[in-house]
Design a protein around this ligand. Structure first.
Ligand code: ADP
Length: 533
């Protein structure tokens, strides 16, 4: 028998996190501003106490280890209780995105075979609409009132909390998140106790969330999207104060940030944009945040500049549901102090460096077995591997990885010599012209700099000679006017000449996915009959 070392057995179960937070930071507050405007305050000791009661309540309903419990909810303390309570009874929390379309909601709840569904009163209409289609759900609980379903507080209040967490293997699942399914059905990604623990620990690196004991975090990234970037776990490990808002109104977020001494926040670029617009309209300063994490789509230059000028460290992160989700985070690099402000901004516009624990590589778009150099110039298909990267989608019959364990992200990028990742496109969207690749994203980013362009989307259209050529679809800003030729001229000194679009088409709107990203698939469908003249 192979000799083991002499260290203790310690199974990586995610309940250790809430035990630790309650023991070491039990009185650190968890503040919630609810949808009806009321506020409650609990702390890590309270979260653990309620998670124990919730685990008991789930067992009392007859749930078994491995069963799925769905949440349809915004960010609040009861949702946080569920993250630990479901894991604590050995269950798997399925965080459902309320913004999905009905067919997707139907598909994912049935596919996950959720037994219990706990929802915010704000989503009662979704429950009423979907109830007859969600055939596996046996119990509905409401996080708020008990008008239509038992109220969460009453339901867990019937238990005494005197309960030992259900144990098990560290490779057991504890959460399932579905991708938004821009092509085909959404796919389930099942996180394990171990993968979640390692991911959350990695999130604590100074090059990632960089929490300190005095950190106060208001996560705007929803708890229903990509595990809220692991913040509810990393935050528990660091014992930080959380401020949750069940509404995403910038006025509410701003007031909370100022009043509760928020130091850190995290959200997709549109969240930050809405906050800027609110502050501008009110003629007030941005909140004095120490750090802002931005991810989900590329953080634009003006956003990074403005936050940095405000004294806020910008952590531009890349990841996806399949990577738990953090892959890379941008933070100060070895040469940081020698960089000018503009150089720091330019570096922060890239997607950052891998956090310790995952490996990245790029491979040829034409031959996935050929690794491309990390020279900051050669682009390729981005692959990732590590203990919190997906191996196989839920209920799939085959692994989603290459034989040597790499997961193909569907993103296209460049890796710089210092390890910084720069995304340039998605594999499905990159345009192949005469055997060379054109980045649709770079064309779009350049186009939105034009004062008359509100939104731009670029897709490759079939071309008899070049295979594909770029066509740019543009939504004009209200009250402005311009011609296609003016836009092409504007782009002329920003991209290579052979990248310039063959046509610029003005449209009233550009289709978006349920998570607010441009849906090139729908755009392609809409212009399926388009021919380049
Ligand atoms: P979906 O369900 O739409 O896949 P994800 O949140 O998992 O939702 O989306 C992941 C994708 O979002 C990545 O593969 C990448 O294309 C894009 N993305 C994430 N972060 C960034 C970023 N910082 N810059 C550019 N694109 C990003």
């Amino acid at each position: 028998m192979m000799a083991l070392g002499a260290m203790q057995d310690w199974t990586m179960r995610i309940t250790h996190v809430v035990d630790h937070a309650a023991r070491e930071a039990g009185d650190r507050e968890i503040v919630t501003r609810w949808a009806d405007g009321s506020e409650t305050r609990t702390n890590w000791a309270g979260i653990r106490r309620d998670a124990k009661k919730m685990a008991q309540a789930l067992l009392a309903l007859g749930l078994k280890k491995g069963d799925r419990v769905a949440s349809l909810a915004m960010n609040h303390s009861r949702h946080l209780v569920s993250w630990y309570g479901v894991a604590g009874m050995g269950g798997v929390l399925h965080t459902v995105n309320p913004r999905l379309f009905d067919d997707q909601l139907d598909y994912i709840v049935n596919h996950a075979e959720d037994k219990v569904l706990i929802y915010d009163a704000a989503f009662q209409s979704i429950v009423d609409r979907m109830r007859s289609r969600w055939t596996t759900v046996e119990h509905y609980i409401c996080f708020d009132s008990g008008e239509h379903s038992p109220a969460f507080e009453d339901w867990i209040g019937a238990q005494d909390g005197n309960f030992e967490w259900v144990g098990g293997d560290e490779r057991d699942p504890c959460m399932i998140c579905y991708t938004s399914g821009t092509t085909g059905h959404p796919k389930g990604v099942q996180y394990e106790h171990r993968s979640t623990m390692l991911h959350a620990m990695a999130g604590l690196q100074t090059t990632a969330f960089n929490f300190t004991p005095s950190s106060v975090m208001l996560p705007v990234v929803p708890m229903f999207h990509a595990a809220s970037w692991g913040l509810p776990y990393s935050g528990g490990m660091a014992g930080i104060k959380f401020v949750f808002s069940a509404v995403n109104d910038p006025a509410v977020l701003h007031e909370l940030m100022m009043r509760e001494g928020v130091t850190d926040s995290a959200g997709v670029p549109t969240v930050w944009l809405a906050h800027f617009q609110y502050c501008d309209a009110q003629g007030i300063d941005l909140p004095p945040l120490k750090a802002a994490t931005i991810g989900g789509s590329a953080a634009p230059k003006f956003m990074i500049e403005r936050l940095m000028k405000n004294g806020t460290r910008v952590q531009h992160a890349w990841g996806m549901t399949e990577t738990s989700p953090i892959g890379t985070v941008g933070g100060p690099t070895a040469d940081w102090d020698s960089l000018t402000f503009d150089e720091k901004v330019a570096k922060t516009m890239k997607q950052g460096r891998p956090i310790y624990g995952v490996e990245l590589r790029i491979v040829s778009l034409d031959d996935a077995t050929k690794e491309m150099p990390r020279d900051g110039e050669t682009s390729g298909a981005l692959q990732i591997r590590g203990p919190w990267v997906l191996k196989r989608y839920f209920k799939a019959e085959q692994d989603a990885t290459t034989p040597d364990g790499w997961f193909d992200t569907g993103d296209v990028g460049v890796i710089h010599p210092d390890g910084t990742l720069q995304l340039t496109d998605r594999t499905k969207d990159v345009i192949k012209s005469g055997g060379e690749w054109i980045s649709s994203v770079e064309l779009e980013n350049a186009a939105v700099g034009h004062p008359a362009v509100a939104e731009a989307a670029c897709i490759g259209m079939p071309h008899p000679k070049w295979d594909e050529r770029p066509v740019l679809f543009v939504v004009k800003k209200e009250g402005t006017d311009c011609t296609g030729a003016e836009i092409t001229e504007y782009l002329a000194d920003k991209v290579a000449k052979w990248w310039l679009p063959d046509a610029v088409e003005f449209v009233d709107d550009i289709p978006h996915t349920a998570t607010g990203k441009i849906s090139k698939k729908d755009l392609r469908d809409r212009f399926a009959d388009y021919t380049l003249g």
